[in-house]
Design a protein around this ligand. Structure first.
Ligand code: SF4
Length: 402
């Protein structure tokens, strides 16, 4: 599959089954206005020129607007009091400030928060906030559903509906900041530690199959006048879309995580089917030349521990041989079973033995402690429950409002 400028084209070079074309189900905003959230700086600048053709003032206007939206959480132009009333009226005529709607929130006893968010066209996505002692990580989605069918992943059971736009990606961060009351404007002292200190693109979807929107959104996240998080605090996780990896390093420059999970092509073809197109060798070659790769910017290899599938000592030894020379850390993830999943979680003893071998070879190999198990089990389940609920309501002929 290749996705370009929002259009989805399928080909059969990959050896993977062809995935039917899917049409975005986007609806025009009823207001007919343009959502200013997620708009790249350059686009905003040219739009502002249509309001006042005075190029000299555009940079100042951009900064003011971004500051209100991304640093103070403004939901309306009316509160932008350092902008003249007349200019605000012009902005209101042309733009809206919109974010997804929070439709469901679950809070785990360990503090993990899982959100179901409805986009303006009615599609739903998930985001998860994981608080830890010294940081708070927000995991966000890049697509509604996914095309890749990784066999251990619940989201892989949901077909791709559409790519998220930059506004949908940034919107997830804004909604969670609302929920955490993280806006200085709402009374948060400036020196209070940020609750969202890290962003990971590990939610629903393959970010590198939605490259342009992900790049635009992450530029806003990294911009000092935007969400203002360092690129070292942003991790993009890919299943291995090899042709986009180098570009990601040059144009985004964030940390990279690889959904790796196997040490032979035979096993990886089953777990991560994109491997049939770009196998382990091609993937590792691309990683070796990832721009900015260094000991302080290591690649994270995500490795889900599946009983009797990929968890042997031999696998651990093969893994360290494969990644030799790549500054890396290996995250070992005990599998989180979901209803109907064909796999079981490896035993603790097995995971520890695997970790020991990787660790002895000089790689950090943290075993990720399962978070929020009481509320989620697996990524994509909240959305799946919501779909089932809607289906039941329709079947019961009850009134359902999106
Ligand atoms: S692991 Fe990622 S790429 Fe694979 S199916 Fe799940 S969401 Fe898609």
């Amino acid at each position: 599959m290749q996705i370009s400028q929002g259009k989805i084209m399928s080909n059969n070079e990959s050896g993977m089954p062809l995935i039917p074309h899917v049409k975005p189900i986007e609806k025009l905003r009823t207001s007919g206005k343009i959502n200013i959230v997620g708009m790249p700086r350059k686009v905003l600048a040219s739009e502002l020129l249509t309001i006042t053709p005075k190029p000299k003032s555009i940079k100042m206007r951009e900064t003011q607007i971004w500051n209100w939206i991304y640093q103070k959480g403004a939901k309306s132009f009316d509160i932008m009091t350092n902008i003249s009333k007349e200019y605000r009226e012009n902005l209101k005529r042309k733009f809206s400030i919109e974010r997804p709607t929070l439709t469901k929130k679950q809070i785990s006893c360990d503090g993990t928060r899982k959100y179901l968010l409805r986009l303006h066209d009615g599609n739903e996505i998930e985001a998860v906030y994981i608080p830890e002692k010294n940081r708070g990580t927000l995991c966000i989605s890049s697509q509604v559903g996914c095309t890749l069918n990784c066999s251990f992943c619940f989201t892989g059971t949901q077909k791709l509906v559409r790519n998220l736009k930059s506004e949908d990606i940034i919107g997830q961060i804004l909604v969670v900041r609302d929920d955490l009351n993280e806006w200085p404007y709402n009374g948060m002292p400036k020196d209070r530690k940020r609750q969202i200190s890290n962003i990971v693109m590990m939610g629903m979807g393959e970010p590198l199959y939605n490259y342009d929107s992900v790049r635009d959104a992450l530029h806003i996240v990294m911009d000092n006048e935007g969400i203002a998080l360092s690129k070292k605090r942003i991790t993009l996780s890919t299943s291995g879309v090899v042709p986009e990896i180098e570009k990601t390093g040059h144009e985004i420059g964030c940390l990279l995580a690889i959904s790796f999970h196997a040490t032979t092509d035979e096993v990886r073809n089953n777990l991560v089917p994109i491997n049939r197109k770009w196998n382990i060798e091609k993937l590792l070659n691309a990683l070796r030349s990832y721009p900015s790769l260094s000991n302080s910017q290591r690649i994270t290899f995500e490795y889900v521990m599946l009983k009797d599938v990929n968890d042997s000592d031999l696998d651990a030894k093969r893994l360290v041989k494969l990644i030799a020379g790549i500054p890396a850390k290996i995250n070992l993830i005990p599998f989180n079973p979901w209803p109907g999943s064909p796999y079981q979680r490896s035993t603790k003893k097995r995971i520890n033995s695997f970790a020991k071998i990787v660790n002895r070879a000089g790689y950090a190999s943290p075993i990720r402690s399962p978070r929020g198990e009481d509320i989620m089990a697996a990524c994509g389940q909240l959305k799946s429950e919501s779909i089932k609920l809607k289906k039941n309501l329709f079947e019961d002929k009850k009134i359902f409002k999106t």
